[in-house]
Ligand binder design. Structure first.
Ligand SMILES: C[S@@+](CC[C@H](N)C(=O)[O-])C[C@H]1O[C@@H](n2cnc3c(N)ncnc32)[C@H](O)[C@@H]1O
Length: 378
């Protein structure tokens, strides 16, 4: 392996691997190989920068620097210390170590991270008499150790903060969707970027903002100020400037409308949309879905209704039944998608889905169901 491996890893959420692989292909990456909650790819440092800036469904991009076998802490320490850390870190940098372990040989991921940190710090101290400091909150250089049985891979995390932190969200509405998940659901649905888009339970507006960014080719990194790779010793600002040119040729401007029964939710969505500078692309209204008529002859609807953690079981079933009835009555000609973890309540929708997918919202297993609405659909 040279300074960096030529196989990189884009981490994602379960169920979004194929969408991410497609995104990587569009970016010009090669040797794309989807795995479990991740996709491997190759292509050179410009692809690493591009991946951070352009991928909507990646959580972070790891660049492996060394792989080795180890079955105890001593081996792990020795192999880690054998890496020439001055190629990646200086005394002025702060750093942190994250660990992900699937191994019978190592059971404490925190301890593994500590061993890696010790090996780095000891190497610096022996060579220089001084050592770089650890900063677990906002480190300059983020190091990741992944152990699968006895196969250890040490990577640099080129992203730093998770890529779902786009930089437009200001106010936390109660249950906002993760931005990577919202973008992934829109892309999984097959929305064509041109059809008018309605989220009638928009909460803080995550679907609306991600849809506007997708249709208008606004990169997910547009609002973000920093990535960890910008602190690397070989960071190339010119290359970073070059990769900001859009790889996509077309922009679309469909109408994008968000509604919510809660005044507070709409105020939050408005603030997020304002921060994203998308006020002219997205309309908002306060109002219940039950009283919402079809705003256009045909269109695309995506709904992330309450899952019922805070609402009584009977009431949540009734809400889902109302959603199904209202879709059927008012929205012929529309495609509708519903995302929820409440499988019992989903049965109350009373419409036959044409597509069904399983994904996770944090720890919650969710169904993402697509419906074609036509006159008399049931
Ligand atoms: C799970 S949250 C949506 C979160 C949103 N996707 C986001 O990223 O912030 C569900 C939303 O549905 C709204 N809601 C509940 N019942 C509604 C109804 N009958 N009509 C319209 N909105 C409703 C709630 O106010 C809440 O904001």
């Amino acid at each position: 392996m040279g300074k960096y491996s030529d196989v990189y890893i884009a981490k994602t959420m379960q169920g979004l691997e194929e969408v991410l692989a497609k995104e990587l292909k569009d970016l010009g990456a090669c040797r794309i190989k989807p795995g479990r909650r991740m996709v491997e790819f190759s292509g050179g440092m410009n692809i690493v920068y591009k991946a951070n800036y352009w991928l909507r469904t990646a959580l972070r991009i790891l660049v492996p620097i060394r792989s080795f076998r180890a079955i105890d802490e001593h081996q792990l320490y020795t192999e880690t210390k054998a890496i020439n850390w001055e190629k990646y870190l200086s005394l002025q940098h702060t750093f942190s170590v994250d660990s992900v372990i699937f191994s019978k040989y190592f059971n404490h991921s925190h301890y593994v991270a500590l061993k890696v940190k010790d090996a780095i710090v000891d190497q610096f101290r022996e060579k220089n008499g001084r050592r770089p400091s650890v900063n677990s909150k906002d480190p300059d250089i983020k190091i990741n150790i992944h152990i699968n049985i006895d196969r250890c891979t040490i990577s640099l995390d080129s992203s730093g903060e998770s890529l779902h932190k786009r930089g437009y969200r200001v106010d936390q509405h109660k249950t906002p969707l993760n931005e990577v998940l919202a973008a992934g659901l829109i892309m999984l649905s097959g929305w064509d970027k041109k059809t008018n888009f309605l989220d009638p339970m928009c909460g803080s507006g995550t679907f609306l903002i991600e849809a506007a960014m997708i249709s208008r080719n606004i990169p997910p990194g547009y609002y973000r100020k920093k990535y960890s790779f910008m602190n690397w010793l070989d960071y190339d600002p010119e290359l970073y400037k070059d990769i900001q040119v859009s790889p996509y040729s077309k922009q679309y401007k469909p109408k994008i409308l968000g509604k919510d029964i809660s005044f507070h939710a709409i105020a939050t969505a408005r603030e997020n949309i304002r921060r994203a500078d998308l006020m002219s692309s997205i309309s908002l209204e306060v109002g219940s879905f039950e009283t919402t008529g079809a705003p256009w002859i045909s269109g695309f609807i995506i709904i992330n209704p309450p899952y019922g953690e805070r609402i009584k079981v009977a009431a949540i079933g009734k809400l889902y039944k109302t959603i199904g009835d209202h879709l059927k009555k008012e929205f012929p000609g529309y495609k509708a998608w519903i995302f929820s973890s409440n499988f019992e309540a989903l049965k109350q929708i009373g419409l036959r889905p044409t597509v069904k997918k399983i994904l996770f919202n944090g720890p919650l297993e969710c169904k993402f169901m697509g419906f074609e609405m036509y006159e008399g659909s049931k």
